[in-house]
Write a protein that binds this ligand. Structure first.
Ligand code: DGJ
Length: 757
């Protein structure tokens, strides 16, 4: 609901209130963003004047108005507010003082309010549109689109004069909120995305940005502002994110008076955007969320918003298939025979989709050549994609394909024909993974990609596409922004007419994990790092902002390709369950015990797929281990994950949240197994005969039979599970029974709690 009384604006949903007003000078003054309240509370939130003359520059000596001390919706330059401004405009080389004041407003019973070249959320919402003007020369329109869980803000600047201006900065939103907070960010690098970081918001400005041309694996655009006392379940947490995939910028800084200025938008580093008479510039939409129920409360709101308003309509709440991906198992080394034998095994194990990754076209036999030439390599695939897709279908598998259409290898027919299509500056070519980016700002390049990828997709029964992008951009400034606009045009033209194709975005893993990509691709490959222990950080980091339904999470080989760490197969599965399960390893060398374990994993995941993919996700606080929970209806599933186990471990408890306190739940651990070989020479202590730990007998037994690990079931009330129920003991140096949790380092266990009728 959007309520307007005179110039007081109240955006209110079941979950939050956002209240502000145009004060007598016309500046938009913030009153409240937080728990739902009544408009009549406005007076209670109005800041009482604090400052005398001192060194302040007053906007109006008559009423002592001082912008530097005000809580504003948007600010400018040169009128006494010395905090960071969300806007910078130049006339020639002269920076323009700016003073945007209220002009008019409209309430629109729809969203999004207008045609846009940028992706926007969809679905039911109301929009408040407020126009501000600066000297009848520039018009700044602020849009507030209210969704049940979050508020979307965006800004459009129009030159309504006959003068030539240049825009040096336009943030999507600005906010001045009172309070003491910590900024929770998600930072990383390739194979180490989205690691949580905490920085107190204080007098020095915190900047989170990207200049790599993508939203980047360095600093995730989404971030949180949490009260220092906030926990997963309690306390105030704000969340912010940008619906944009290119260079972004966000900052947070606390004023002496205790207002926290937050802003976010496109990163204007290295560029000014010409703003000719009548031209306008549109900043991408930003998402603002609030929760009084801790981090989990905020995440639940962000997750619902993504599932209901961001991902393409066809895929909203539609179950995602368990896939097999050829990359880590084959790299470039495959032919149709090898793929079909992998497909046969994948289908037997329970996979539903076979994804042929890199290496299927042109001279793409390594990563030095072929990018750009999307003609099937008939040596590898003599029956083409359509023949292969048909054969996969006969095995019971859908077929999906990898493409990397934004890049070109200099060793490719495309580059030889159109060297000018690559982005190269006057300093010459510079490579990332032996490739250059194509210049998506050129119409002919966009048309080529739409045409060539479209033809591939229509040439066979292709149900899934993995759209990869493996190079940081060297395009600077305005070109970097126009590149991203070109990318959105391409993705829209290819995939909107083919809504049934499941698109998974990837950029060397999670280098472009953002809300704008999710507007086209319902899922994103979270990281090239599939080591489950690393994934505990990566998936958990992403979980603050994004739902499990969009996080590709595959089981891969151990020792792991990136860390050389050997982890139990059970843990590789258990971590991947809390995302979109897939398998990415050579299936040929599986032992019978491993095959059985994988069949069980896939069957288990399919049984609870709706809950794993679309259930409410919570991070459960537990001193002893990392815990995740998904819940839907009467079913709750918890995963508990260990890193290194200590000798003589203490008691461990299963804590679950959100259960009905007075209801009884039947809780059972997932059936998982322990390899006999894990005991090595220790087997001689329990075996009736003295077995050689490296001998054939033990090897044969190890390959065929496995022991139960941590098998227990019990009933407990919701209240007891909330308090923490004692679990069976971890291995303490001697003994074994099937309930004991023996797996050791990097072990993990999954428990299903079903409400009794
Ligand atoms: C990088 C991706 O992140 C990988 O998953 C894989 O698709 C390779 N590219 C293929 O070249």
């Amino acid at each position: 609901m959007i309520e307007v009384k005179d110039k007081l604006f109240h955006i209110k949903t079941r979950n939050y209130s956002y209240l502000f007003e145009a004060e007598p000078h016309g500046h938009l003054q913030q009153l409240h963003f937080g728990a739902p309240i009544e408009s009549m509370d406005a007076d209670a939130f109005r800041l009482k004047p604090l400052l005398g003359w001192g060194s302040n520059v007053l906007y109006d000596e008559g009423d002592m108005a001082c912008l530097d001390a005000a809580a504003l919706e948007f600010s400018g330059h040169g009128r006494g507010d010395y905090r960071e401004s969300p806007i910078e405009i130049f006339e020639g080389s002269r920076p323009l003082p700016t003073d945007f004041v209220y002009k008019s407003h409209r309430v629109l019973k729809a969203a999004p309010p207008m045609e846009s070249t940028l992706p926007l959320p969809e679905g039911e919402a109301e929009t408040l549109e407020i126009s501000l003007s600066h000297l009848d020369a520039l018009e700044l329109t602020l849009y507030y689109t209210a969704y049940e869980d979050v508020l979307c803000r965006r800004a459009v600047l129009k030159n309504i004069s006959e003068r030539e201006y240049e825009l040096g900065k336009l943030m999507s939103f600005m906010l001045d909120i009172p309070g003491k907070y910590e900024l929770v960010g998600f930072d990383g690098a390739w194979i180490a995305e989205a690691h949580k970081s905490i920085t107190p918001v204080d007098r020095a400005r915190i900047v989170r940005d990207s200049v790599t041309g993508a939203s980047s694996n360095r600093h995730q655009p989404g971030f949180l502002l949490a009260s220092p006392a906030a926990t997963e379940e309690h306390g105030t947490v704000y969340g912010f994110n940008l619906i944009y995939s290119g260079n972004h910028y966000a900052s947070a800084q606390r004023s002496h008076q205790g207002l926290n200025r937050i802003m976010q938008g496109i990163n204007f580093a290295n560029f000014k955007m010409p703003l000719a008479p009548k031209a306008e510039f549109e900043a991408p939409a930003a998402v603002l969320g609030w929760s009084g129920e801790g981090f989990n409360g905020l995440s639940a709101r962000f997750h619902r918003f993504v599932n209901e308003h961001i991902v393409p309509q066809y895929w909203r709440n539609r179950p995602r298939p368990v896939l097999y991906n050829s990359w880590e198992g084959c790299f470039f080394d495959f032919d149709q025979k090898r793929l079909l034998s992998l497909g046969k095994k994948a289908a037997q194990l329970g996979c539903e989709l076979f994804v042929l990754d890199d290496g299927w076209f042109g001279a793409r036999n390594n990563d030095c050549a072929g990018l750009g030439d999307y003609n099937v390599n008939l040596k590898k695939l003599p029956e083409g994609l359509s023949g292969l897709a048909k054969k996969m279908r006969a095995l019971g598998l859908d077929f999906g394909l990898w493409v990397e259409p934004e890049s070109v290898n200099p060793d490719s027919d495309l580059y030889r024909a159109h060297p000018d299509w690559a982005i190269v500056d006057e300093l010459g070519e510079i490579y990332g993974r032996h490739q250059l980016l194509l210049d998506l700002t050129k119409q002919e390049v966009r048309d080529y990609i739409v045409d060539s990828v479209g033809k591939v997709l229509d040439s066979a029964d292709i149900r899934y596409v993995k759209w990869d992008m493996n190079r940081h951009s060297t395009a600077l400034g305005a070109k970097a922004h126009e590149y991203i606009l070109g990318l959105y045009e391409i993705m829209g033209r290819i995939f909107r007419p083919r809504p049934h194709i499941l698109l998974e975005n990837c950029s060397s893993g999670g280098n472009r994990f953002d809300l704008a990509m999710l507007c086209f691709s319902p899922q994103i490959w979270a990281s090239d790092d599939t080591d489950p222990i690393e994934r505990l950080d990566i998936q958990q980091g992403l979980s603050y902002l994004y739902p499990q339904s969009c996080m590709g999470a595959h089981v891969s080989a151990a020792p792991h390709a990136q860390t050389l760490r050997t982890t139990p197969l059970s843990t590789r599965g258990n971590v991947s369950f809390f995302g979109l399960l897939g398998y990415e390893l050579d299936l040929k060398h599986f032992l019978p015990v491993e095959e059985t374990e994988i069949k069980n994993q896939i069957a288990f995941y399919k049984k609870y797929r709706e809950i794993f993919q679309f259930g409410r996700f919570s991070r459960i606080e537990n001193e002893d281990c990392q815990c995740w929970q998904v819940s839907k209806g009467n079913t709750h599933i918890a995963g508990i994950f260990h890193r290194m186990i200590n000798a003589a471990p203490g008691y461990e408890f299963l804590r679950m949240s959100g259960l009905e306190k007075n209801r009884r739940y039947r809780v059972a651990s997932r059936q998982q197994k322990l390899r006999v070989g894990q005991f090595g020479a220790l087997v001689k202590h329990i075996a009736p005969v003295n077995l050689d730990p490296n001998g054939v007998v033990l090897r044969t037994v190890d390959h065929r039979y496995a022991m139960d690990d941590g098998q227990e079931s019990f009933t407990a009330s919701g209240a007891a599970l909330d308090a923490g129920v004692a679990l069976s003991s971890l291995f303490t140096g001697t003994g074994y029974d099937k309930a004991m949790r023996v797996q050791g380092d990097m072990s993990s266990y999954v428990y299903v709690a079903e409400a009794e009728k």
